[in-house]
Structure formats: structure tokens, C-alpha cells
Write a protein that binds this ligand. Structure first.
Ligand SMILES: Cc1ncc(C[n+]2csc(CCOP(=O)(O)OP(=O)(O)O)c2C)c(N)n1
Ligand SMILES: [Mg+2]
Length: 1019
């Protein structure tokens, strides 16, 4: 039986043009196969079949305009029954699901009602009786005791869940009765895991302590030796000294390396603790003494980079972290992307984890906390943050007057994280057990970080007096301890047992991310000059006394003479320590950190895949953004490339005409779609899916960049080549996320960044904070970023194809920034000239020549949308002024400039050899006339190539703040419209004494150019 396929609901669009017919009469189609593509003035979208069978007739042709319910084709449905069933099922399913959700919700409500039968009789709350309070703030200790005993009995008889339930009920009841909500964000200032619940380490504590001491020593020695040789090198000892145990426990017991069976855990190391990682690698036999001696001396091959930089140590470091705040966000999105790959079936779920080590000072960066909500929402139980709370940053305490651990606990708990506080070491356990009156915990709660820091900068006696001495109860508690014993009371982050226990709890947690907040001492073990003092951070030298102290403190087996010579220490290969450290890593699958890639290149799509963009669009107008969307739609039809594409959008899909992607490939949502979208019937429906491909990041450019980096480095972190394509308002790109873009370069990320709605005058109405006239300049600062500003669809196609080839077929570590615009205009066919493609990629090619009068000539360069103004100006110059011109389409001033620089450098270094000619110079070598360049970017953008042209060069650009208006008016304001280009061209020619000045003057009058108008940067 024949059935009709009609144009579905396409939202507000009507009479939309058919631009492709993807099937023919007689073809078999299945449900969801695209059959035609339609295109409005803003976007193109494929119409999928809703029928299965043989196509009987096609009722539309290219160029037809269609609206909702128009007939597209007829299909002979072979098995109508099953087809009908499928359709019916599909229809039935949704309401059923919705219904069951409602049912569930109702049931819960009823259940809750039944359970909570709290008498809500209003009561009058008594006056506060603070005057009766004892030193612990308790006005009735007997009553308090009764309540605590009741709760203890519940805990004993019914367990902790019941106890929590009761407490929750009490809090709610008290709130309803008018008492303030009990602030429950924080737990007391003690460890989250009580001693009786701790998991004991299976490791040999004795050997592990020895190993840790050697790592500590060698890390410090490396910094001190480097600075002894070259004091300017710098380095840090205090950070790693505070974090050594946190790393060691992970390395010995938890972090699984990458090998041919397992993808490996991913660890973001705190940048300033890099010396510790090198020192461990030295013991593991991965780095030599010579290499340690080249710490921070990276110019010679083999030097060790100051911080984790994959670009400089591509086989070692995986994640650049030292620009504080990037690590936390990158780690969150890394964990999210791992889940994305798993949910899309692209990698196996091996229960891998992402660990991020962060400083407590670093948590002040807005980025550090900026994405923690997402981590909880996405239930990233593959993510573990470890915040090293040594209470200090660079200048001094992080929260001298408060408590950073409590503050962070509140924030993370509030966001829905599993929080594990590791505050006190094992020596405190018995004291806390004996603290029957609660005074010890009270002091712990009351003491501020400034005091905690000072205690560790002083001595045991000071702690006895100033900490325990606050209450008689606590003074008594430590009366049998010596000052030395008191001094030995350790902090949680330095206690391997506590750390082990926290880590084992963290890896077991499901359904939420975990943060371990560990209290440590900055400069631990560095003695009076470096431990817990405000100057700890920058300590890079240790004098002989300090070194001796350090050796003794950690029992490093070195003689005084060896200490004086600051020798490294590595026990021999057969020693227990070396055997142990290596054995641990073998058991855990391999070394960490280590950067490798076994990803296979993506099979190239057919050569002609973008050829449709190389044809003229005739009179039909479109924007380069639309051309890009069509290009992507085509790529999605390629079975090899399609699954690897990762479109990333910060809430702008509709702006860029990409809403068709929602339904077609789905929006990634780890929980699928729990609701029926309002626009379910629409072709652009907002479809969320666990297997969804689009990363819809919301208004979150930093998060989008983090996703892009995770996807762009999947070739190394997951051994799978992915093609991230992040589309954003070009103004909110490099300017907004510059540091992430730089980190992308460092990470050797591969992929496309698309600065859409680009151009200071092209994005008309949006005004000052939207109109971008400099993103290309920012892009040019990143060495492995290739940037292009194409005008026509074929240029875009050539650049994109080359990007795919270089990055994803040949695995080159570069990335592409391409600007696309939202101005609609016709696109010509790609010129036949065989040099055109090469020119597009190198940065310029001749697109047109006016050569009628053979008297006066000018070379005109234009890029992006302004090339069209240049082309229009050239026509006027020819028609009205008999001036010939050659027009150059400049796809990349940045690439031209890089080539020019390189050639100039070579020539200067090799004055005795045949001199090379830059590509720009080659283009202009035999050309007549001066050059006038115009773009939608600041003049300095095109000025970059001035000296390489070897000609008189003038530039027009959009310097100044943007403002909202029409394109025409903006281009007039910034003086890059065709009229200004004509007038300026005449002026340039008169200055070059090629034509009389009067022509220029007349043109200014003719085009009503106000020569007194201030320079746009001043308006
Ligand atoms: C974005 C950024 N700003 C500033 C710095 C300079 N800086 C390096 S470490 C540091 C202090 C770090 O303190 P914290 O995060 O507490 O780490 P700790 O060394 O105490 O473990 C500062 C200000 C930086 N690396 N990155
Ligand atoms: Mg700190």
C-alpha cells in the first residue's frame, strides 16, 4: 500500500527551498533515513523518512519551496501492519512513560504524607537564654545529654539512615515552627571517616615511608641544585613537601596506569608539585640524574619542564595545570567526556577515574568552583578532587580569619558532592576518643586557619598553651603528653593511613563526584625557614642547616658531606625500596604520568565530499555559517567520520542555524530524556538522549572549551581520534577563554574552533560587547593554531578539508580557528586556477583582475565579508575612474605573516646563501601598484604582512569599539565600505603620485566622507 511522506512541522518556517534530494524512485528507505534537505535563509535541515518501504514517487524537485504537510514522496509500505504497529508503539510509549513518571511522583507524595505526621500546632518560641550558657554554649547540659543518648540508641538499634531521618524531621519541624533553618552545610572540624570505619592499607608502611622520604629529598635537591647553578631558574619545594603523602598513596595503591588492556586513570597534578613527580620518576628509573639536573632548563633537549606541559614533555605530562583554576574545570569536563564516550559506546566502561589535585589557594579562582554543579548534576562518580589544604597560598594564609576546609566543605556539599575531610592524623584518634565533653572538637571548630598555621610554625609548648590551653578540659586531656608528643600530633594529609582510607572510600562512591579535602602543612619538614611560614611558597633554596634538618627529619641515608654536595639519593636497583616502587607500578598497570597515543587515524571521507560547496550558488544567498552547517550535515552522512564528530555549542545552536542537529543526532544527556519535549513533533525538536552526540553546554564558554580540549585530546587519553567542533560567537572565543585556548595548544588538542557571527561590522545589531574585530590576532598568538577568515563557501570547504586531513588523518598536532559570518550573499564557483587551493591554504590568492585601461593599477587585498566590499570597490574604480586592479582574497593574514617571518629570519641568518622569497612577496613580485588591504579586523591584523609585501602598503580595518547599527552604516563608520575603499584607493594612488590628488578629493565629496571625523578608536 502506498503511503505519503509529508513535510513535518518545521516550526515558524514556510516555503523553504528544497536543496537536495537524497533518494531516488525505487530506493528502499527505512525510518529516519534522510530523504531531502531543505534550507531557509538561516539554516538547512534534512527531512527524515517516517516510513519504511520502496519509494514509488518523488513529488518535489530541487528549488521547490515547501511548507508543512506538503507531499514529499510516496512510499510503498511492504509490511504495513508492522509499520503501523511501530508507529503506534512509538506514539503510545511517550504518554505511558510520562504517565508512569506522574504516577511515581504521586506515590512518593502520598508516601511522604503518610510518613510525616508531624503535629503542626503553632507554638510560641521562648526567649534566648544565652546568659545561662556554660563555656560550651550549653544552657542545659542534662537535657543535651538526654537528646544525645536518645540519638545514640537510635544509631545503635536502627542505624545511621534512621538517625539521619529523625534529625531531618527535627530540623524541618523547627523550621516550620519559625526557628531559623539549622545550617547543615558543615560537619564538625574532624575527619569524615571515623577511625573504626577506616580501611587499612595493605602496603608495607616502613618501605613506603622510606620511599616517600627519598622522593621528598630528591625533589628538594633538584630545585636547590638548579638554583645553586642558576639562581634565576626558580622552583618550588613547599608545595610538594605538603602534598607528598597525598601523591604517594595514590601512586602506590590507587592509580592504574595505561596499558593494552586498560585505559588508565587520568591524574591532574598540581602544577607546583612537578618536582615531586620527577623525583619519583627518578626512583622508578624513568629519569636520570642528568635529567633531574636539567630541571627548568628546557632549551637543551631533555630538559625537564618547570610545570606539567605536554607540549614540552609529550611523552610524560598529560595535562597542563599550572595556570590555576584550569585544572579543576578541565578535570570535570574530562570526566564528563569519558562518560560521554562510554554512553555513546565509543569506549568501554572500565571504571576509570579522573583525579585532580588542587591547591586551597587555587580554589579562589572562579573557574575552580565554576563547574562543580555540573559534576554533581552529571553524577560524575568517575571524578575525584583532592584539595591540598596547607592553609597557605603564595602571600600568606588562604583564610587566616576563617577555615578554608569548612568553607569548601559547605560549597561542595551544597553542590551535591561526596565530601571526605581528612583533617587529623592518627595520633589525634585517642585524644578525640577521650574528648567526652566535646571541648576538643569545640576548639577545633573555633580555631581559625591563621592560628593553625602559626601553631605549626612554632612548637609543642606553644600549641599546648594556645590551643589546648583554651579550656581546662582540653588542657587536662593533654596533661600526660610531652611537648614533643603534642608536636607530633599530625595532620590528616600527612598520615598515609588516613589518606589511604579516604581514597578507598572515594573510589567506591557511586552517583556523585568526590572531593577529598586534606589538611597539610606547607613546606612540611623544611624546618624553621620553610615550614608553615608565610614565605614557604617561594622557598627555592635551603641552606646547609636546613638541608641537614631535612635529611634528619626524614632519615635520608646521606652523609654530611653528601648533604653539603646536595647529592641525589637512589638506592641500588636491588634494594627493597626500588623493587617495591617498581613492583607497585607494575601491579597497577604502568607508570604515571605517561602520555601515549595508540589511536588510529580516521578513514578519510570521499575526496568530493565538499564539492557541492565549490559550485556557484547562482543568485541564491547564504552565509558562511550556513555553508558550514551544510558541510557538517554532509560529514554526518559519512559513516567513518560521523561518529567521531563532537559538535559543542554554548546555547547558540539556533543562532547558527544548527537546531536541526538536535533531533538528528541528539543532545547528550546522561539520563536520557525524562520528559516529552514541548516541540516533540517538530523537525527541530529538542531531543536529549543518553547516546546524544551534541554537547549542548549552556551559556558556558569555559566549559565548552574544556569539553573541546577533552575531545581534542581523546586520541591520547582514550586512544580514539575525535573531531571536536566548537561553535561560538567569535567575540566570546579567544577573548573570553584565552587561557583555555592556550592550554589547548599546550595539550596538543586537535579539532575545529568556529568563531561564528564574526566580524566587527558583519554582526550588525549586537553592538560593543559582541562585535569581534580582533579574535584572529588573539588566535595568532598560539603557535599551533591555524586561523582563517574565509569569504566564500569553497574557501571554507578547502580549509576544512585540509584541517580534517592534517589533524585527523595525518595526526598532526595543530588546531584550526575559522571564522564564519551571518551575512547572506551569493557564492561563486571555485576558480579553475590550479593554484587556487594552495593559495587558500597559504593565506591568499588572486580572485579577480580588472585590466581594461592598462594605465594605473592598484593591488587590493580583502578578507572575510570585507572582500566583497573590496570587489565592489574595484568595479567602481574601473568604471568611474579607469583604475585597474588585482583583487586578492586573503584567507589568512596570520598564515601569511608566519611564512613571512620565517623566510625573513632565514634570509637574515643566511646572508651568504640564495635568499628565499616569502609567499606574499611571490604573489606581488611582478605586480604593479601599491597595496591597499581591508578586513573586518583591526588594522594591525593586516599590517602584520606589511614588510613582506616589499611594496607600499596601506591598510583599512575596524579599530575601535563596536556599536549596534546596520552593516551598511557600520562599514561606513569604520571606513571599510566600498565607498571608503574607493576613496582611500584613490588617495593611496595620489600619494604614490600615480594620479592627481583631485580625484581622491572629489571622491571624498561624492561619497560624503567627513574628513574631519575623529579616528574611530576615539569615538
Ligand atoms: C592563574 C594563576 N594565577 C597566579 C599564579 C601564581 N601562583 C602560583 S602558585 C600560587 C599560590 C598557590 O597556592 P595554593 O593553590 O594554595 O597551592 P599550594 O602551593 O599552597 O599547594 C600562585 C599565586 C598561577 N600559577 N596561576
Ligand atoms: Mg595552599
Amino acid at each position: 500500500m502506498n503511503k505519503k511522506l509529508l513535510v513535518p512541522d518545521i516550526g515558524d518556517f514556510e516555503k523553504v527551498e528544497v536543496i537536495e534530494i537524497l533518494v531516488k524512485k525505487g530506493d528502499k528507505v527505512s525510518v529516519n533515513d534522510p530523504v531531502i534537505t531543505i534550507e531557509s535563509d538561516k539554516s538547512s535541515v534534512e527531512i527524515p523518512s517516517t516510513l519504511e518501504g520502496k519509494i514509488e514517487s518523488i513529488n518535489v524537485k530541487i528549488g521547490d519551496k515547501v511548507s508543512k504537510d506538503d507531499l514529499v514522496l510516496t512510499v510503498n509500505v511492504e509490511n504495513e501492519n508492522s509499520d503501523q504497529k511501530k508507529e503506534a508503539q512509538a506514539k503510545e510509549n511517550i504518554p505511558k512513560d510520562t504517565e508512569s513518571i506522574i504516577n511515581q511522583a504521586e506515590k512518593t507524595l502520598i508516601a511522604e504524607k503518610e510518613n510525616i505526621d508531624v503535629p503542626d500546632v503553632p507554638i510560641k518560641i521562648a526567649e534566648e537564654k544565652n546568659n545561662l550558657a556554660n563555656s560550651a554554649g550549653d544552657i542545659d547540659p542534662v537535657e543535651t545529654k538526654e537528646w544525645i543518648e536518645s540519638l545514640s540508641s537510635v544509631l545503635e538499634n536502627d542505624g545511621s539512615k534512621r538517625a539521619q531521618f529523625l534529625i531531618k524531621q527535627l530540623i524541618e519541624h523547627s523550621y516550620k515552627q519559625g526557628s531559623d533553618l539549622v545550617l547543615s552545610r558543615n560537619t564538625p572540624y574532624i575527619n569524615t571517616i571515623p577511625p573504626e570505619k577506616e580501611v587499612k592499607s595493605t602496603g608495607d608502611q616502613n618501605i613506603e615511608r622510606k620511599i616517600r622520604s627519598l622522593i621528598r629529598w630528591n625533589a628538594a635537591a633538584m630545585v636547590v641544585r638548579a638554583n645553586k647553578k642558576f639562581p634565576e631558574l626558580g622552583g618550588h619545594i613547599g608545595t610538594f613537601a605538603s602534598a607528598a603523602t597525598l601523591y604517594d598513596v595514590g601512586m602506590n595503591h590507587f592509580w592504574r596506569g595505561k596499558n593494552n588492556k586498560f585505559g588508565g586513570d587520568l591524574i591532574y597534578f598540581q602544577g607546583h608539585s612537578a618536582p615531586g613527580m620527577y623525583a619519583r620518576a627518578f626512583l622508578e628509573g624513568r629519569l636520570s640524574e642528568k635529567q633531574l639536573d636539567s630541571f627548568r632548563q628546557e632549551v637543551e633537549i631533555g630538559g625537564l619542564s618547570s610545570y606539567p606541559h605536554p607540549w614540552l614533555m609529550p611523552k610524560f605530562w598529560q595535562f597542563p595545570t599550572v595556570s590555576m583554576g584550569l585544572g579543576p574545570m578541565l578535570a570535570i569536563y574530562q570526566a564528563r567526556f569519558m562518560k560521554y564516550l562510554i554512553n555513546r559506546g565509543l569506549i568501554k566502561d572500565q571504571n576509570r577515574k579522573v583525579w585532580a589535585f588542587l591547591g586551597d589557594g587555587e580554589m579562589d579562582e572562579p573557574e575552580s568552583l565554576g563547574a562543580i554543579g555540573l559534576a554533581a548534576r552529571e553524577q560524575l562518580d568517575n571524578l575525584i578532587f583532592v584539595i591540598n589544604c596547607n592553609l597557605q597560598r603564595l602571600d600568606g594564609p588562604v583564610r587566616g580569619n576563617g577555615k578554608i576546609i569548612q568553607e569548601l566543605e559547605g560549597i561542595f556539599r551544597g553542590a551535591g558532592w561526596n565530601v571526605i575531610k581528612v583533617i587529623w592524623g592518627s595520633y589525634w584518634d585517642s585524644l578525640l576518643a577521650k574528648d567526652k565533653t566535646g571541648h576538643l572538637v569545640k576548639i577545633m571548630n573555633e580555631t581559625v586557619d591563621g592560628e593553625y598555621q602559626a601553631y605549626k610554625a612554632r612548637n609543642g609548648l606553644y600549641v599546648r598553651k594556645n590551643f589546648f590551653g583554651k579550656y581546662p578540659e582540653t588542657e587536662k586531656l593533654v596533661s600526660s603528653l610531652s611537648d614533643k608528643d603534642i608536636w607530633r600530633l599530625n595532620r590528616g594529609g600527612h598520615d598515609p593511613h588516613k589518606v589511604y582510607s579516604a581514597y578507598s572510600e572515594a573510589i567506591k562512591n557511586t552517583g556523585s563526584p568526590t572531593v577529598i579535602i586534606a589538611k597539610t602543612i606547607k613546606g612540611y619538614g623544611m624546618g624553621k625557614t620553610g615550614e608553615s611560614v608565610n614565605t614557604s611558597h617561594q622557598q627555592k633554596k635551603l641552606d646547609i642547616d636546613d638541608l641537614m634538618y631535612y635529611r634528619d627529619r626524614f632519615d635520608v641515608p646521606l652523609t654530611d658531606k653528601q648533604v653539603q654536595e646536595i647529592q641525589y639519593f637512589r638506592p641500588n636497583e636491588n634494594s627493597d625500596e626500588i623493587k617495591y616502587i617498581k613492583d607497585r607500578r607494575i601491579k597497577l598497570g604502568g607508570f604515571i604520568p605517561e602520555r601515549t597515543s595508540y589511536s588510529k587515524p580516521i578513514k578519510a571521507p570521499p575526496k568530493d565530499i565538499f564539492d557541492f560547496l565549490k559550485e556557484s550558488t547562482g543568485k541564491k544567498e547564504m552565509s558562511t555559517t550556513m555553508a558550514l552547517v551544510r558541510l557538517l550535515t554532509n560529514l554526518l552522512r559519512d559513516k567513518n567520520v560521523s561518529p567521531r564528530l563532537v559538535p559543542i555549542i554554548p546555547d547558540e545552536a539556533r543562532t547558527f542555524g544548527m537546531e536541526g542537529f538536535f533531533k538528528k543526532i541528539g543532545i547528550y544527556a546522561h539520563e536520557g530524556q525524562k520528559y516529552e519535549p514541548e516541540d516533540a513533533e517538530n523537525l527541530f525538536s529538542y531531543r536529549e538522549d543518553k547516546k546524544g552526540q551534541v554537547l549542548e553546554e549552556g551559556i558556558n564558554e569555559a566549559g565548552s572549551m574544556s569539553s573541546w580540549i577533552a575531545a581534542g585530546t581523546a586520541y591520547s587519553n582514550h586512544d580514539i581520534e575525535m573531531i571536536p567542533i566548537y561553535l561560538f560567537y567569535s567575540m566570546f572565543g579567544f577573548q573570553r577563554t584565552g587561557d583555555f585556548n592556550w592550554a589547548a595548544g599546550d595539550s596538543q588538542a586537535r579539532g575545529f574552533l568556529i568563531g561564528a557571527t564574526a566580524g566587527r561590522t558583519t554582526l550588525a545589531g549586537e553592538g560593543l560587547q559582541h562585535q569581534d574585530g580582533h579574535s584572529h590576532m588573539l588566535a595568532s598568538t598560539i603557535p599551533n593554531c591555524k586561523s582563517y577568515d574565509p569569504t566564500f563557501a569553497y574557501e571554507l570547504a578547502v580549509i576544512f578539508r585540509e584541517g580534517l586531513k592534517r589533524m585527523h588523518e595525518k595526526n598532526e598536532n595543530v588546531f584550526y580557528y575559522i571564522t564564519t559570518m551571518n551575512e547572506n550573499y551569493p557564492h561563486p564557483a571555485m576558480p579553475e586556477d590550479k593554484n587556487c587551493k594552495e593559495g587558500i591554504l597559504k593565506g591568499m590568492y588572486k580572485i579577480k583582475e580588472f585590466d581594461k585601461y592598462k594605465k594605473t593599477k592598484i593591488q587590493l587585498m580583502g578578507s572575510g565579508t570585507i572582500l566583497r566590499e573590496v570587489m565592489a570597490a574595484a568595479e567602481i574604480l574601473q568604471k568611474d575612474y579607469q583604475i585597474d586592479s588585482e583583487i586578492w582574497s586573503v584567507t589568512s593574514f596570520n598564515e601569511l605573516s608566519r611564512d613571512g617571518m620565517e623566510v625573513e629570519r632565514y634570509n637574515l641568518l643566511n646572508p651568504d646563501k640564495p635568499q628565499r622569497v616569502s609567499y606574499v612577496e611571490q604573489c606581488f613580485k611582478k605586480k604593479e601598484g601599491p597595496i591597499l588591504a581591508a578586513s573586518d579586523y583591526m588594522r594591525s591584523h593586516s599590517d602584520q604582512i606589511r614588510q613582506y609585501t616589499k611594496k607600499n602598503f596601506y591598510s583599512l580595518g575596524t579599530d575601535g569599539f563596536g556599536r549596534s547599527d546596520t552593516r551598511k552604516k557600520l562599514r561606513k563608520f569604520f571606513e571599510v565600505d566600498k565607498e571608503h575603499i574607493v576613496a582611500y584607493a584613490l588617495s593611496v594612488l595620489s600619494k604614490e603620485q600615480l594620479i592627481p590628488t583631485k580625484h581622491a578629493k572629489e571622491a571624498m565629496i561624492k561619497y560624503k566622507i567627513d574628513v574631519e571625523k575623529p579616528f574611530p578608536t576615539k569615538i
